[in-house]
Each structure stands twice: as C-alpha cells, then as structure tokens.
Design a protein around this ligand. Structure first.
Ligand code: C2E
Ligand code: CA
Ligand code: CA
Length: 612
C-alpha cells in the first residue's frame, strides 16, 4: 500500500504546477484511491460556509449516487467531517445516529460502511473525501492515516487550482483596467498613444493638424512630501477635473504618469488655435485647489507640440512636448512653451536622440545606480540591483524605460548592456574589498534583445573574467517576455548562463503572462514579485493570495522570492509574513550612485530602517 500511496502522491506533485483542469485530476485521484485503499468507491465533496455541499468527483456510479445523496440531503458524513475537522469512521451504518436519513437511504442502495476525511488546509476545511464500502468492518489505522494524507493533499490541490483561477481572473481584470488610470479614471499612457496614433493617421487624409499639450505640475513633490500622499492623490484628481472642463468635444485628456497630464487636440486648422487652450490651462491653476483639509496652490508647466503629416511618430511628438514643457519649467513654471512643427523635426527628432545616445557612452553620460536588496529575516543588505541612468546634456535625466527602447532601436543595446554589466562588476568588487566578510551580489537587468543577441553568454563570461568576478555573485534579471519571443532559444541561452554559474531572476513577475509553469520550465533561481502586488497587498485579498501562492510554489521548487517596491512598514511586515526571502524598495533605500552606497556596503550588518 505504501508504495502505491507514494506513487499517487508523486503524481499529484507533478500535476500541481501544470494547467491541468482540476476536475480531471480529482476524477483520476478518486479512482487511484480505490486502488490504493481497501474501499469499494470514493468521492470528493466541497463545502463552503453557508452553502450546501457540492460533490465534485466520484470513482464510479455508486460513489456518485452517495455523493449526490449527501448533497441533496445536506446531511451525511461529509457534513460532519467538515464541521468537526476530524475523520468520521462508520464501520457499520446501522449503528450510527448522526445522519439517519442518509444512512437509511444509502443502506437501501447497498452501502454498509463509510470513512470520511476532512480536506484541511491550515485551520480551514474545504470539504471532505468519502471512502465507501459494501461490507461492514473497521479500517486499519494505517489506511486511515493514508486516507487523511490524501485528503489534505487534495485540499492543497484544490486551493492551488482556485488560486490559479483567481490569478487569471485578476490578470484579466488588470488587462481590462490597463487602459485607464485607476486614480482619476482618465485614459492612461497606453490608451493615449493609441488615440494619438489614430489622430496622426487621420491627419494624413484630412490635411489638418493635431496638437498635444503636456502639463506637468510644478513642485508636486513638495505637496506629496509635506502634506502626504493622500492629499497628493486628491490634488491629482482635482486637477483632472479642472482640466476635463476645458476640453472641446473630441479632445482627449490622459494621465501619463505621476503628475503629468496630456491633452490631445485634433482637427486643428493651424497652430495658433491651440494657444488659446494653453492659456486656459494656465488660468485653470490660478485659483488654489480646495482639498479636504486646506486650499493647496499649485501651477503647471505646459509644453506644446504638433503633428501634422501622417509620418509623425507618436513617441516623438510626446518627446517634443516634453522638451517644450521643460523649457516652460526652466522659465519658472506656471507657463507654456511651444515647439513649432518644423523646429521639432529639425532639432529634437528621434534621429538626434539616437545620435546623442551613440555619443553618451564616450561622453560618460551613462551611469549605474544601485538599489540595495535586503534579506527579510535579518534585515541585512545582501546585494544590490543595478539600474541604468542617462543624463542627457539638454533634456536632463532620461528614465531607463525610455532609454532601453531607444538603445534597442539604435542598435546600441549590446554595447550599453556590456558596459552596465562591467561597471556593476567593478563596483561590486570595490564593495567586496572594503568589507571582505560580506559576500554581496549584484543583479543586472537584461532586456529580451540583449539576451537574444548572438554571443550574449560569451559576453557575460568575458566580462566576468575581465573583472575577476565570481559568477555566483551575479544575478541576471530577465522578464517573462523572453519566453514569449522564442522560448526554445531562450532556454538554450539560459542554460548556457546557468553553466557559467550566474544566477537568473524572473523580474516583474505577475505583470506579463504569469504562468506559474515558467518557474518549473526555465532554470530560474529567483522570482521578483512585481511591485504592483506589493502595493496592493494590504487592500486586496487577491494580491495577498497571489503572493502566498507564488511563494509557496517557488519554495517548493527551491526558488527564492524577492518582494519589489516595498514602500511602507506594513507592506514589509506583510511580505515577511508571507514568506518572501528578500525585499527591495523605497522603504529601505532608493536607488543611488555607487559612491553613495560605499558607507552602507562597508557596514557589517544594516538594520532594515526607513531610508526616507
Ligand atoms: P525594474 O527592474 O523593475 O527596477 C525596479 C524599478 O522600481 C526601478 O525603477 C526602481 O527605481 C523602482 N523602485 C524601486 N523601489 C521602489 C519603490 O519602493 N516604489 C516605487 N514606486 N518604485 C520603486 P527605474 O530605475 O526607473 O527602472 C525602471 C526599469 O528600467 C527597471 O525596472 C528595469 O526593467 C529597466 N532597467 C533599468 N536599468 C536597466 C538596464 O541597465 N538594462 C535593462 N535592460 N533594463 C534596465
Ligand atoms: Ca529588475
Ligand atoms: Ca521589477
């Protein structure tokens, strides 16, 4: 019996991480149980508080009949086992008084004995596993123990399958919401880009122009810092309302990010028409905003750019408006600046940004910042994540999410990626030399294009040896998109990297396709749960369950878990309680240039205190 039991359990373990339908697994399981245990039939019933029992699996028609009977009557051993949380053994149905109606009707259909086991998880029950017999007599202690184990495994299985369904539902929800900003309800960047693209295409036919007004609040950060994020959010909603009033029918107002709003005006005959709107936008900020606590004065800097001919690229137009906005800001804020259509193409076209990036390496405009990663248990810094920064000579700091696509399109991602890795290894070596008792790790971000470029693994090997870096202290962070592009080739490259001895982390987990099966299929050592889940952990039970499920599965597979974007004590406590191994976020430290971290990295052990 033990051998067969082990076989069933291992079958369960194998299907746990697959997308197998729960129904067919449970059907299969009950049949296996009848083979392993001395019983004639088996069935599974799920019970939720306040709901009638619901049978979900049966080994044959007799089991189905008994499961149905319990469901119909709302009475029977499964109900007793569910409520008591302990097994119910009825070696002779005639002698039992707890479920008389069920006993009498089941006996008519040939049932003589029943043994029922609650399906438990923690201190909760989900339902029960019923084992039926056509002859009277007790079940051995060994068989009882085996049956309880199977019932508990089935409970874990059902819970896991349920979490998977919840995860899928919440991802669908996220996708549905992903075109609007949850705070203001306005279209977000993605939707705005779609509309802009369509508007530009329409221009080609109509011969008219579109304008975009890019508004960035002046000193919004001070409001957030002084009055708190709640007031900051209230202010953003109020600004959204005021700007909405100014729109003409057909215009689009969107929230791009943080304190950036953007207006799309279509069907313009000439550039001057938009000046009036820009003035109204500036006027809209004259009166302070009356928020729940006090009036808050704020102004906005507005940059305006145009697109007219069908070939304009949405990203470029936004970039132009952004550049104009910075001019307005430098002029003192609370005003607008315009980039004329021709000028925009001449001065700030995309081509020039490519060219600028080409020179950025030699001009030393690129640098790495590093954000500490902390072990949850001891609150000790164990390593850092590298994050790229580009200080453009006129446009200022350009965020990595903008730099990486430019680098990819300009064919510069390979040299820039190599540079970033090399720099990270050198900085790590300096820290290791300063405190030889520590073994820090450095995590380096790698985009799909980088990973798939020919010779990527060889380049990594080359950098490790040139900088005399042990492979075990380097983690490469990749995202799930890698698997989507060309999973066969991805697997080859990842295996090459594993051979080198570097660690692999799956970044932003939960934002993409989020198949838990990836954790099993690809050789990852670390999974980084995306910050959106951490932000939601206190408010949204689904986020909580998802983290719980990811941690549970990752640990079973020997993968460690990093919680990203931990911003508050309460988030830190919750991710620690959920069993995350490491965390990273503003709560502990913001990304900083290497030199600024020297002191921190030289300290032996650093308590996890708020770095704000
Ligand atoms: P990521 O890998 O998810 O990096 C974490 C991002 O979250 C960083 O943004 C970091 O500054 C930010 N962050 C960290 N803690 C918190 C927090 O508590 N709250 C909030 N709200 N944010 C937090 P950053 O530096 O803007 O980087 C953005 C993304 O750009 C990175 O996301 C990464 O995917 C990419 N990236 C950065 N450097 C490189 C690079 O050298 N190569 C490649 N391929 N991608 C890079
Ligand atoms: Ca990362
Ligand atoms: Ca991430």
């Amino acid at each position: 019996m033990e051998r067969r039991l082990a076989h069933v359990l291992s079958e369960f373990a194998r299907t746990l991480v697959t997308e197998f339908p729960i129904q067919s697994i449970l059907d299969h399981l009950v049949v296996e149980m009848v083979r392993v245990l001395p019983v004639s039939a088996a069935g599974v019933t799920l019970i939720e508080p306040g709901q009638p029992p619901r049978y979900i699996a049966a080994s044959d028609t007799s089991a189905l009949a008994f499961e149905r009977l319990q469901t119909e009557l709302g009475e029977g051993p499964c109900v007793v086992a569910y409520h008591s949380g302990v097994a119910v053994a009825v070696p002779d149905l005639r002698a039992d008084s707890r479920f008389p109606t069920f006993a009498a009707r089941a006996r008519e259909q040939g049932l003589r004995a029943v043994f029922t086991f609650p399906m438990r998880h923690g201190d909760r029950q989900f339902g029960a596993l019923d084992l039926y017999r056509t002859a009277c007599g007790p079940m051995s202690a060994k068989a009882m123990a085996a049956a309880q184990t199977l019932a508990d495994v089935a409970a874990a299985y059902v819970l896991n399958a349920q979490t998977r369904v919840d995860l899928q539902n919440s991802l669908d929800q996220v996708r549905a919401n992903s075109l609007h900003d949850p705070l203001t309800g306005l279209p977000n960047r993605a939707l705005f880009l779609q509309r802009l693209e369509h508007a530009i295409l329409r221009c080609r036919r109509s011969g008219k122009m579109v304008a975009i007004l890019f508004a960035d609040l002046d000193r919004f950060k001070e409001v957030n810092d002084k009055l708190g994020h709640n007031i900051g959010d209230e202010l953003l909603s109020a600004v959204a309302e005021r700007l909405t009033v100014l729109l003409r029918p057909g215009d689009t107002l969107a929230r791009m990010s943080g304190d950036e709003f953007i207006i799309l005006c279509e069907d313009l005959d000439d550039a001057s028409q938009v000046e009036a709107l820009a003035r109204r936008v500036n006027l809209a900020f004259v009166e302070p905003f009356l928020l729940s606590e006090s009036p808050v004065p704020i102004t906005a800097s507005v940059g305006i750019a145009f697109a007219g001919r069908g070939e304009d690229v949405p990203e470029q137009v936004i970039h132009d408006a952004d550049t104009a906005m910075y001019q307005a800001k430098r002029g003192g804020g609370g005003r607008h600046a315009i980039i004329q259509p021709e000028a925009s193409r001449r001065i700030h076209g995309r081509a020039s940004l490519y060219q600028d990036l080409r020179e950025a390496l030699s001009r030393e405009e690129l640098r790495n910042e590093y954000q500490p990663i902390v072990a949850t248990a001891a609150g000790r810094v164990t390593g850092v994540e590298q994050l790229l920064r580009w200080s453009h000579p006129t446009l200022g700091l350009i965020p990595p999410l903008r730099v990486i696509p430019i680098a990819e399109q300009a064919g510069l991602i390979v040299p820039i990626g190599r540079w970033a890795l090399e720099r990270a290894c050198l900085d790590l070596r300096r820290w290791a030399q300063a405190d030889q008792s520590q073994r820090y790790t450095v995590a380096v971000n790698v985009s799909v294009h980088q990973l798939m470029a020919p010779g990527f693994a060889a380049m990594v090997a080359d950098v490790l040896s040139a900088t005399q870096t042990q492979p075990q202290v380097v983690t490469l962070e990749i995202t799930e998109s890698v698997f989507i592009h060309d999973s066969e080739r991805a697997l080859l490259v990842l295996n090459d990297l594993k051979h080198l001895g570097v660690l692999l982390a799956l970044d932003d987990f939960g934002t993409g396709y989020s198949s838990l099966a990836y954790l099993n299929q690809f050789p990852v050592d670390i999974v980084k749960i995306d910050q959106s889940f951490i932000a939601d952990v206190a408010r949204d039970p689904t986020a909580h369950h998802i983290i719980d499920a990811v941690v549970g599965l990752a640990h079973k597979l020997g993968i460690s878990v990093v919680a990203e974007g931990v911003e508050t004590t309460s988030q830190h406590e919750q991710v620690a309680a959920l069993g995350c191994d490491f965390y990273q976020g503003f709560h502990f430290a913001r990304p900083a240039p290497a030199e600024q971290l020297d002191a921190l990295m030289a300290r032996r052990s650093t308590p996890a205190t708020n770095g704000r």
